[in-house]
Design a protein around this ligand. Structure first.
Ligand SMILES: Nc1nc2c(ncn2[C@@H]2O[C@H](COP(=O)(O)OP(=O)(O)OP(=O)(O)O)[C@@H](O)[C@H]2O)c(=O)[nH]1
Ligand SMILES: [Mg+2]
Length: 629
C-alpha cells in the first residue's frame, strides 16, 4: 500500500452495541473499495477484521483491528472495536488513535445500551461522531423512527445530511455568532453552512446520521463519501520532529509481538532509531507495516496522522510514546476502566504457578486493562477484569499461548480473627522422658488492642529468664498468621507475659516458643474470639428507574446505603457499604439488574465483625476441613 499524506488520512473508530454490525460494515467498505473481491461473513469466520482464532470460534470481535480503506484518493483507517462491554479496555486504547467515531446502530433494535455507552465514551474523549444505522434490509425496520429515537436520546443536533433545516438549527446552536446570523437572515449562505457544519461536527456538537445495509452492500459508498466529507483529517504537524503513540499491542504465537502506533508528528521510516519516552530506552523500528486485519505490507514511509504497526519492539508497551531524540513529546497514558470482577486463578497442575505469572505478564501486553494481584492473606492470585467473558478469554489465551491450564474460582474472603474479652492462661511444654528433654512454661494475659499486636512482659524474680523472652514473643507472632477459629490472620491482640517457670538443662528457645503457641491458642479461645470481615465502600451509578432493584439487592447482600446523589442525565449515585464476601460477583449482578446501564467502583473500607450466624458456619466449615486433612 502506498503512503498517504496527512490530509488524505481519516482515522475512524467503530463503536456501538455488540452485534450492531461494525465488523460487517468494515468488510463491506473493503469490498466497496475493491480491497477484497468478496465480502466475508462473521458467521463464516472469514472477515478481514475478526481473524483471531477465538473471534472465529465465538463469532464476535474481541480485539481491535485496523482496516485501511482507500477511497477516492484518500485513506480511511477503520479501527474496528468489540462492542461487548467486557472489552471496554480495547475502546479506551483505540479511541486515542481516532479523530472521529462511527456509532453503529442496529436498525431493528434502535438505541441500545451500547449506543448510549459509545456516545458517552465519545463525549468523555471529545471525539466527533457519526451515526450509522445498519441492517436496514431487515423486515419491519423503520429508519425514521430510529432517527427520532436518536434525537430524543442525544439531542436535536442529530440530523441526516439532507435535513438542511435540522442541520441549520444545529449549526446555529453551536455559537452565538451563528445564532445571530441564523435569526437575522433565516438561513445560512452555502459557505457559512459548510463551515459551520464542519466545525460543529469536529467539536462533537453535531452528529450526522446515515443509514446502510452492510450485508446487502447498500449505502456503503455514500457512507465512505460522508466519512471523507465530514470527518476531520488528523491535525498533526508533518514538519515536527517524529513522535508516535502506541495504542494497541497484538501478540500471536506465530508472529510474536506487533505494536500499533499512530504517528502524532513528523514521519516514520523503516530502520528509524527512536526513543521510548515512557520506558526511557532507545527503540529501533526495524520492520514497519501497514496492516489490514492480519495481513501486513511493508511501509516505505508513514506520514503524520497515519497508523502503522512495528514488529518486535523490545521495551515498548501499549500507552508508550516513541519519539525522535530531539522531540519532547509525551502523550498521556491510556486510562482503562477499573476491574470490577475478581476471580482466583489457579493452575490445574501443581507447579505451574510460575507459568501463570509469566503468561499473564505476556497477556498484559495485549490487554493492559486486567489486574493481577497476590492476596497474601488468602494465598490466592486474583485476576480482575470487566466481566466473566474477558476473564474467560484470558484463561483461553493462557492455554493457547503459554500452554498452561488454569481454573477460575471464587475468591476466598480474607477474614481475620480478634478477641473481644480478656484471658489469663498458662502454656506449658514439657517432654522429659529419655534423651534430651524440653521444658518451657509461660503465663500470659491476653486483651484487645487497636494495634495489630502488642507484646510486653511483667516478669519478676526470674520466673522466665530474660533470654527466653524474645522466643516467647516470636512464638506468639508466628501464631498470628493462622488463628484458631478459621485459620485467618489474627489482629488486635495484646499479650503480657507475666509468669512462668524453667528448667536449668531442658529449657530452650524452641521449648519456650512452643509453650507460647500453646498459650496463644488457649488464650484466644478463652477471650471471646470473633471473626472480622472486610467491608467495602461501594459507589454505584444507576439510571434512577433501577434504584429500587439495586437498593433491594444491596440489602440482600447485607449492604447499607449511606446516601445518594443526583447526577446528570437522570442518573443517581448510590453510596453504600457491603461486606466483601457478598460483592465478588456484583459486576455480573449489576449488569443484569440494570441491563448493563449501571456501573460501580469499590474499595476496601475497614474490617467489621461477622454476624454470629454466618461466623458459626465459617468456623464449622474450617473445623470440618481441618479434620479431613
Ligand atoms: N440483516 C443484516 N445483518 C447484518 C448486517 N450487518 C451485520 N449483520 C449481522 O449481524 C451480526 C453481527 O455483525 P457484526 O459485524 O459481527 O457486528 P459487530 O458490531 O462487529 O459485533 P461485535 O464485534 O460483537 O461488537 C452478524 O450475524 C452479521 O451477519 C446487515 O446489514 N443486515
Ligand atoms: Mg465486530
Amino acid at each position: 500500500m502506498k503512503g498517504y499524506k496527512s490530509e488524505q488520512i481519516r482515522n475512524v473508530i467503530m463503536l456501538g452495541h455488540g452485534g450492531s454490525g461494525k465488523t460487517t460494515i468494515v468488510e463491506a467498505a473493503l469490498a466497496a473499495s475493491g480491497a477484497i473481491s468478496r465480502m466475508g461473513k462473521v458467521e463464516d469466520g472469514n472477515t478481514v477484521s475478526d481473524y483471531e482464532k477465538t473471534e472465529i470460534e465465538k463469532g464476535y470481535s474481541i480485539s481491535t483491528t485496523v482496516e485501511p480503506v482507500e477511497w477516492n484518493k484518500n485513506k480511511i483507517n477503520f479501527l474496528d472495536t468489540p462492542g461487548f462491554f467486557d472489552f471496554a479496555g480495547e475502546v479506551a486504547g483505540t479511541i486515542r488513535a481516532a479523530e472521529a467515531a462511527v456509532i453503529v446502530v442496529d436498525a431493528s433494535a434502535g438505541v441500545q445500551v451500547g449506543t448510549e455507552k459509545a456516545w458517552e465514551t465519545c463525549r468523555e474523549n471529545g471525539t466527533p461522531r457519526i451515526f450509522l444505522i445498519n441492517k436496514t434490509d431487515k423486515e419491519n425496520v423503520n429508519v425514521p423512527e430510529v432517527i427520532a429515537q436518536l434525537k430524543a436520546k442525544f439531542g436535536s443536533s442529530v440530523a441526516t445530511p439532507d435535513d438542511k433545516e435540522g442541520l441549520s438549527e444545529a449549526i446555529a446552536e453551536t455559537s452565538e455568532e451563528l445564532m445571530d446570523i441564523y435569526f437575522d437572515k433565516g438561513e445560512f449562505s452555502d459557505e457559512e453552512f459548510a463551515k459551520g457544519l464542519a466545525a460543529g461536527i469536529a467539536a462533537g456538537d453535531i452528529a450526522i446520521v446515515l443509514s446502510a445495509s452492510a450485508v446487502k452492500q447498500e449505502g456503503i459508498k455514500e457512507f465512505l463519501d460522508a466519512v471523507l466529507k465530514y470527518v476531520p483529517a488528523p491535525t498533526v504537524d508533518p514538519a515536527a520532529k517524529t513522535s508516535a503513540f502506541v495504542f494497541k499491542t497484538v501478540v500471536s504465537k506465530t508472529a510474536g509481538k506487533l505494536s500499533y502506533l499512530k504517528v502524532m508528528g513528523g514521519k516514520v521510516t523503516p530502520g528509524m532509531e527512536l526513543f521510548n519516552a515512557s520506558a526511557e530506552k532507545p527503540e529501533k523500528l526495524s520492520a514497519i507495516f501497514f496492516v489490514r486485519g492480519k495481513t501486513q505490507a511493508e511501509a516505505p514511509e508513514v506520514a503524520a496522522g497515519d497508523i502503522f504497526a512495528a514488529a518486535k519492539l523490545a521495551d515498548t508497551h501499549t500507552g508508550d510514546t516513541l519519539r525522535d531524540k530531539a522531540s519532547d513529546a509525551k502523550y498521556p497514558p491510556i486510562s482503562y476502566p477499573q476491574p470490577t470482577l475478581f476471580l482466583a486463578i489457579e493452575p490445574k497442575a501443581k507447579g505451574d504457578e510460575e507459568k501463570i505469572g509469566a503468561g499473564l505478564s505476556k497477556l498484559r501486553d495485549e490487554d493492559p486493562s486486567f489486574s493481577v494481584e497476590m492476596n497474601t492473606e488468602t494465598s490466592q492470585r486474583l485476576l480482575g477484569g470487566q466481566g466473566e467473558i474477558q476473564i474467560g478469554i484470558l484463561q483461553a489465551k493462557l492455554k493457547e499461548l503459554n500452554n498452561v491450564d488454569v481454573d477460575l474460582l471464587d475468591p476466598k474472603v480474607p477474614y481475620r480473627e480478634t478477641i473481644k474479652g480478656t484471658s489469663d492462661v498458662q502454656g506449658k511444654h514439657k517432654k522429659q522422658t529419655g534423651g534430651a528433654g524440653q521444658y518451657g512454661d509461660v503465663h500470659i494475659k491476653f486483651s484487645p488492642t487497636t494495634e495489630d499486636f502488642e507484646f510486653g512482659e511483667e516478669l519478676f524474680g526470674g520466673s522466665v529468664p530474660k533470654n527466653y523472652v524474645p522466643a516467647v514473643e516470636k512464638g506468639l507472632r508466628e501464631c498470628l498468621q493462622k488463628g484458631p477459629l478459621s485459620g485467618s490472620r489474627v489482629t488486635g491482640i495484646k499479650a503480657i507475659l507475666y509468669d512462668g517457670s524453667y528448667h536449668d538443662v531442658d529449657s530452650s528457645e524452641m521449648a519456650f516458643k512452643i509453650a507460647a503457641s500453646l498459650a496463644f491458642k488457649k488464650g484466644i479461645e478463652e477471650a471471646r474470639p470473633i471473626l472480622l470481615e472486610p467491608v467495602m465502600h461501594v459507589e454505584i451509578l444507576v439510571p434512577d428507574n433501577f434504584l429500587g432493584d439495586v437498593m433491594g439487592d444491596m440489602s440482600k447482600r447485607r449492604g447499607k446505603i449511606l446516601g445518594q446523589e443526583q447526577q446528570s442525565g437522570g442518573r443517581l449515585k448510590l453510596i453504600a457499604e457491603a461486606p466483601q464476601a457478598e460483592m465478588f460477583k456484583y459486576a455480573i449482578a449489576l449488569r443484569s439488574m440494570t441491563q448493563a446501564r449501571g456501573s460501580f467502583t469499590m474499595q476496601f473500607e475497614r474490617y467489621e465483625e461477622v454476624p454470629a450466624n454466618i461466623s458459626q458456619k465459617i468456623i464449622a466449615d474450617y473445623k470440618a476441613a481441618q479434620e479431613q486433612d
